[in-house]
Design a protein around this ligand. Sequence first.
Ligand code: FBP
Length: 551
Amino acid sequence: MSNSSELQIQRRKFQPVLPEVLQKGAAYVKPKKGNSTKSIADQKKIKEIFENTYGLPEVSFVKGANQSVSKKAVRIGVVLSGGQAPGGHNVIAGLFDGLKKANKNNELIGFLGGPSGIVENKYKLITEKLLIDYRNTGGFDLIKSGRTKIETGQQFENTKSNCKKLDALIVVGGDDSNTNAALIAEYAKKENMDLCVVGVPKTIDGDLKNSHIETSFGFDTATKIYSELVGNICRDVNSAQKYWHFVRLMGRSASHITLEVGFKTQPNIVLIGEEILAKKYTLAKVIDNITDVIVKRAKLGKNFGVALVPEGLIEFIPEMKELISALNDALASNAQELSKISSIEEKKEFIFKKLPSKLSELMQSLPAGIASQLMLDRDPHGNVQVSLIETEKLLIEMIQKKLGALKKEEKYKGKFSAITHFFGYEGRCGIPSNFDANYCYALGYNAAVLALNGFTGYLSSVRNLTKPSKQWVCGGIPLTMMMNVERRHGKDKPVIQKALVDLKGKPFKELVKNRDKWALSESYIFPGPIQYFGPSEVTDLTTKTLQYEQK
Ligand code: FBP
């Protein structure tokens, strides 16, 4: 590849360290099956939908001869699905190397542009020559990504004919994409296709995890990048002492990113959506809490600070959650009429009338820009695109009003000058940290071993992640095991349950222990950029979240 940076040239030479069990290749890995499993909730419904793939056993890998996997050459397809996450290219590299090690005639093809590449049969053959420039790099640009959901009968039929010559399909994605992978695995069984479907847990949001999947890839690198930026802002704040910075951080449905960046930088305010939901805080209460810190700091002569806001915050505030859910249904059931209206103002007028009056009033009370942003198209999985909603601006507008009122009552004498930031896309394609480079390579290699052994409907699982990568534990977790039924696009659907911040978990408790001190002091930490070379203390650190969880 032309235009390689010096770092990229050096980084290409990095050789990920595989877990010991995988090091000699698939022919020396034996799968051990555990007990059969059940879904985390709604068992009857999930079993009905996944009649061929429900109840599969967990699989763990141990060392042992398994030459049969090398006998016949196989052809496997890989697709990158959903938002980018650092390390995707290493998943492909791990898959490629795992397949070639088992049998040099094995082939890997990459479907182009996400799941639509499967439906439209657009793909490229992955070769070492092609891959070499992408090893240990960020981005998904080798085969690109997309958010198409395979759901119509026609899309499934296309998948069937376009995967006819494949032995396995590897879906690299988040909870929605892996739900789709589970549906394809089930369909393939029903249709007697000889196709294994294996998922790989990806998302910077960190919300695809459970007792068997410790973290999704990309979370480590993305949070390190955001922490560098937030740390720099903290230092600027502490130097100039004149602004309040409101930083919205990606993480659509969960606040893991905000929590992790909070640990790494120790700003004055860290909002956690899950807590707001659990405590049923209204928007007014959220504003009161933030304002309280601003007023207290102002009394200390500190008219500055840093606040972290998870991008999904708006969906956690109960009244807003109710509004968004009603809006989702109203938008879905009136899609045809709405498509005939071109102006956003008229669309809003139309929708106001379709909502229950309480919610209609709430929507009309929001700043016009925010109300318009709430109307934007849902993604193909039915989610509101919270990355497009400027929650931090909504907060600032309301804080200004509140401070104005307090000033009149002579309860506040400070000066509030606010600056907003949104960090999301900045972190999704960063050069993967050593952790993500190793983890992604292991996840890909492990997915190849699962597929070569004929496992279908599984998620590649690599655990024990706070230990050096050699000691990581490998296997597969049935996708149906992580499912429950949720409402999407106005309908009940089987989906992999998102992991939200656990308010009883050790990471959240750690925040609670420290946040009052962080609020009024300048306990800021400045983590600096990701280190790829140097002492292992700085190059091989895992996330604080994992460290606290596994303490
Ligand atoms: P995935 O769940 O697909 O990994 O994507 C997560 C995410 O990065 C969110 O944090 C963000 O809200 C969303 O993608 C943005 O989506 P898009 O790339 O379509 O703008």
